[in-house]
Design a protein around this ligand. Structure first.
Ligand SMILES: Nc1nc2c(ncn2[C@@H]2O[C@H](COP(=O)(O)OP(=O)(O)OP(=O)(O)O)[C@@H](O)[C@H]2O)c(=O)[nH]1
Length: 312
């Protein structure tokens, strides 16, 4: 595995305990993750903020940015397919699993440069479930979130989400990922140059507007979605979102503002909960250790045997 960074880092005065924010880009195939990353990378460079980029998609043919670490450098996805007799999705998953076994090295690379970095950005495989519902995806996410403020950017193909039914399934998917990872979450409505995301904002903030859109759908799905939308109301209430165009570059300042808010949420909510869990585990381990020791001492007293009076 290699750290491919080529350009020297611009001189920045790092704050003593400054940690880069990790942005995990996830989204359905074709939502524009890679283009989004390319644009974000360009945007950050113009702002003189330094990103460290990881490509975790072993099947991508062309990466239009300079990835510091690329899964394809260590794992040949086609070879994995042949060697393990797998189909495309199985091979992507296996490649990710193999890569995860070396993730400690990746962390080492990030750690070495972390004081000079502002962001660590990850591009994930096109098939969203391979990352979000796999053990390796969880290990990567949890490992990063244990060391760095980590946020999820869920990229949405806005022009393909304009029907109430597609919108609802996309939101339910986002909701399931949010509850699984519990990490700060940003909905990124991409491709707003084709379709502005105003309709989505309206549906998320005005329950009746979504109901009105639904009422035009007379299929059985409509009543199901009606009930579901009540569930999602709570999800929307705690959600951060923004609209961008990865092609024109519109909306990236807004995205970075959301990232800053999400980072604050990480420190205010996720990190204390993580620390609490670690402390709980440590306390449990201490109690178990004490119990073992007590049992051992008791066993030793028993085996010492009773005192036998000697014949006089
Ligand atoms: N008009 C427009 N097209 C976009 C935008 N972002 C991405 N696209 C196009 O959407 C298509 C898919 O973009 P990718 O960046 O490859 O999407 P992806 O999510 O990485 O795709 P997978 O690797 O299959 O997951 C490409 O044709 C892009 O040019 C955008 O903001 N506006």
């Amino acid at each position: 595995m290699a750290d491919q960074s080529t350009a020297p880092l611009p001189s920045m005065a790092p704050a003593p305990d400054k940690k880069p924010v990790v942005i995990l880009c996830i989204g359905m195939a074709g939502s524009g993750k890679t283009t989004f990353l390319q644009r974000l990378n360009a945007h950050l460079h113009t702002e003189r903020q330094v990103p460290y980029i990881l490509n975790l998609d072993p099947a991508v043919t062309r990466v239009p940015f300079n990835a510091n670490i690329d899964i394809r450098d260590t794992i040949d996805y086609k070879q994995v397919m042949n060697e393990y007799q797998l189909g495309p999705n199985g091979a992507i998953l296996t490649s990710l699993n193999l890569f995860t076994t070396k993730f400690d090295q990746v962390l080492g690379f990030i750690e070495k440069r972390s004081s000079a970095l502002d962001y660590v950005i990850l591009d994930t495989p096109g098939q969203i479930e391979i990352f979000t519902w796999s053990a390796s995806g969880s290990i990567i996410t949890d490992t990063l979130a244990a060391s760095y403020p980590t946020v999820l950017a869920y990229i949405i193909d806005t022009p393909r989400t304009t029907s109430p039914a597609t919108f609802m399934s996309n939101m339910l998917y986002a909701c399931s990922i949010l509850y699984k990872t519990k990490l700060p979450f940003i909905l990124v409505f991409n491709k707003t140059d084709v379709t502005p995301h105003d309709f989505a904002v309206e549906w998320m903030t005005d329950f009746e507007a979504y109901q009105r859109a639904l009422s035009q759908d007379e299929t059985y799905m409509s009543s199901l979605m009606n009930s579901m939308s009540l569930v999602l109301d709570e999800f929307y209430a705690n959600l951060r979102y923004c609209g961008v165009s990865a092609v024109t570059g519109v909306g990236f300042d807004g995205f970075l503002e959301r990232v800053a808010e999400a980072r604050d949420e990480y420190y205010a909510e996720y990190k204390p909960e993580l620390d609490r869990m670690v402390q709980e585990k440590q306390a449990l381990r201490e109690t178990e250790k004490k119990e073992h020791l007590e049992r051992l001492l008791k066993d030793m007293t028993i085996t010492e045997g009773a005192e036998v009076p000697l014949d006089q």
